[in-house]
Design a protein around this ligand. Structure first.
Ligand SMILES: NC(=O)c1ccc[n+]([C@@H]2O[C@H](COP(=O)([O-])OP(=O)(O)OC[C@H]3O[C@@H](n4cnc5c(N)ncnc54)[C@H](OP(=O)(O)O)[C@@H]3O)[C@@H](O)[C@H]2O)c1
Length: 245
């Protein structure tokens, strides 16, 4: 039985991961800010077969609560094998452009809160010389684009941070898995018109679980985003500035 901490557990992608783990009888500790929603998910996961489901409610921007959050999870699960960090907000690029406050708030939610958690989790896992940390970043972090560079730059920070962490923790037998989804049909993107590039959260979740099990490092989901983002990164800056992506 694996002991799994899910941070941002009301995320649609995280919930689909939790369903796969519940069906396997794993023990789950769910952290989210919406108490009612996380309780509904917890009850469902018990019915689906999880050996244990506990919850903790907090706004993840309350970074002074992160140490406590991890202590509670550690006690509830009697040790942690896997952590999935899934919370995030899709920034409104236009209103961020008009507001330093909103821009920094988005960087706080999508980068700094994750980096705070990663720092604390890394030290705990490094000390016990085991564990897997999986973080959902985004293809948006691969290159800043006019339409979403606030969100994208926060995700770029998470991607670079996890890359460094992976190298640091290698010798301590701790895996760090960075997931880079493309477009996924979840509440976060409910206002978007969907097309052929879009993936379902259930499919993304099964790729996340496979990436964790096979000790992957950085995974594009679906796979074709690796080639697509390589092409986008190779476009020279002078041409990139002129095109609309
Ligand atoms: N959907 C996509 O196209 C896509 C693409 C690439 C990467 N991603 C990333 O995938 C991850 C999961 O997103 P999703 O697609 O599953 O969207 P989602 O269902 O909207 O989930 C986002 C979750 O983040 C939580 N959250 C946001 N701010 C929080 C805070 N301050 N404290 C606690 N929880 C907070 C939300 O909680 P509430 O429900 O309480 O608001 C929600 O449960 C995110 O990191 C996202 O950036 C998504």
């Amino acid at each position: 039985m694996k002991r799994i901490l899910i941070i941002g557990a009301t995320s649609s992608i995280a919930e689909h991961c939790a369903r796969i783990w519940a069906a396997r009888g794993e023990a789950l500790h769910l952290v989210a800010r919406n108490e009612q929603h996380v309780q509904v998910i917890a009850s469902d996961l018990k019915v689906r077969g999880a050996s244990k489901v506990t919850t903790y409610v907090t706004d993840l921007n309350a970074m002074d609560k992160h140490e406590e959050l991890l202590d509670v999870a550690d006690n509830a699960l009697e040790g942690i094998d896997i952590v999935l960090i899934a919370h995030g907000t899709l920034s409104n690029q236009k209103s961020c452009e008009l507001s330093v406050h909103e821009t920094l708030a988005e960087i706080q939610t999508n980068a700094l809160s994750t980096i705070s958690l990663l720092t604390l989790i890394a030290n705990r896992f490094e000390a016990k010389k085991s564990g897997t940390i999986c973080v959902i970043s985004s293809v948006a972090g691969d290159r800043g684009r006019a339409s979403n560079y606030v969100y994208g730059s926060a995700k770029a920070m998470v991607t670079a941070f996890t890359s460094g962490l992976r190298q640091r923790l290698y010798k301590s037998n701790v895996s760090v898995v960075t997931i880079k989804p493309g477009f996924v049909d979840t509440p976060m993107t409910s206002d978007f018109k969907k097309g052929f590039l879009w993936a379902r959260p259930k499919a993304v979740a099964s790729k996340i679980i496979r990436a964790i099990e096979s000790n992957k490092t950085e995974v594009y989901v679906p796979k074709f985003w690796r080639s697509l983002m390589l092409i986008i990164r190779l476009i020279p800056d002078k041409i990139f500035a002129r095109i609309k992506l």
